[in-house]
Design a protein around this ligand. Structure first.
Ligand code: SF4
Length: 234
């Protein structure tokens, strides 16, 4: 199949032919990991707390800024604090802290020509089950979490907000958010899981990703309250 020579957006009139170490690609977010990247975890270059999971049904932004709901989960390298910038990007040095061991997407990405990147994108992606021992009980807990808190269930509940049983839909959404939040706290306490690895095991908290549905939650005392995103910002 002949692929088009797609280009990432650069400044108007700018035509690049080589990397100018501007850091834009690393500041747009860490890479998605593929099966070929599993060795980076085996070798200790990457650790689970460097990663987060985007779960099936989660809405993500593509490199060309289009949005799509994931048909299958994917694992990505985290950003720095609240920013998208990859945790391994060194702004002072304008470079990658794991350059010699960077994931395959990073190796393939040339912002002036995305053909090689497109080929890597088509390779099989890593999932949580590839990085967890089959006997580890956390796999069963992850499965139970998926059944209880899937994005399909959350989306159906959000659609219910426009129906005759809107109050029940609000209750259901808050129940999902509360379960997702509470379960993480319990597992940290009971199983001694690292708080920084929770986004790998269970994806980002629903209290954060509910934003993809134009909603947010506010804490009022001990109670979570659901609100439209705009009213939360104002
Ligand atoms: S791993 Fe390195 S090259 Fe890849 S996005 Fe992060 S800083 Fe950039």
């Amino acid at each position: 199949m002949v692929k088009t020579n797609r280009l990432m957006p650069v400044e108007p009139g700018e035509h690049r032919t080589h990397c100018i170490r501007c850091g834009t690609c690393c500041m747009k977010g860490g890479p998605t990991l593929h099966r070929d990247d599993a060795t980076l975890l085996e070798e200790g270059v990457l650790k689970k707390n460097n990663l987060y999971t985007l779960r099936k049904g989660e809405v993500v932004r593509n490199i060309d800024e289009t949005l799509m709901a994931l048909e299958q989960e994917m694992i990505k390298i985290r950003g720095q604090d609240e920013a998208w910038t990859c945790i391994f990007y060194d702004d002072d040095q304008k470079g990658c802290k794991i350059y010699d061991h960077r994931p395959i997407e990073c190796r393939a990405l040339k912002c002036w020509d995305l053909r090689e990147f497109d080929e890597v994108m088509a390779k099989p992606r890593l999932q949580r089950k590839h990085l967890i021992h089959p006997d580890d009980r956390i796999l069963k807990i992850i499965g139970a979490h998926e059944r209880r808190c899937s994005y399909a269930i959350l989306e159906a509940s959000v659609k219910g907000l426009r129906g005759p049983d809107a109050e029940k839909a609000v209750e259901k959404i808050l129940d999902l958010l509360h379960y997702d939040d509470h379960m993480r706290l319990v597992l940290i306490e009971k199983l001694g899981l690292a708080p920084s690895a929770m986004d790998f095991f269970f994806g980002r908290p629903l209290t954060t990703t509910i934003r993809m549905f134009g909603l947010c939650v506010k804490q009022e005392g001990d109670t979570l309250v659901l609100a439209p995103l705009e009213s939360h910002r104002s």
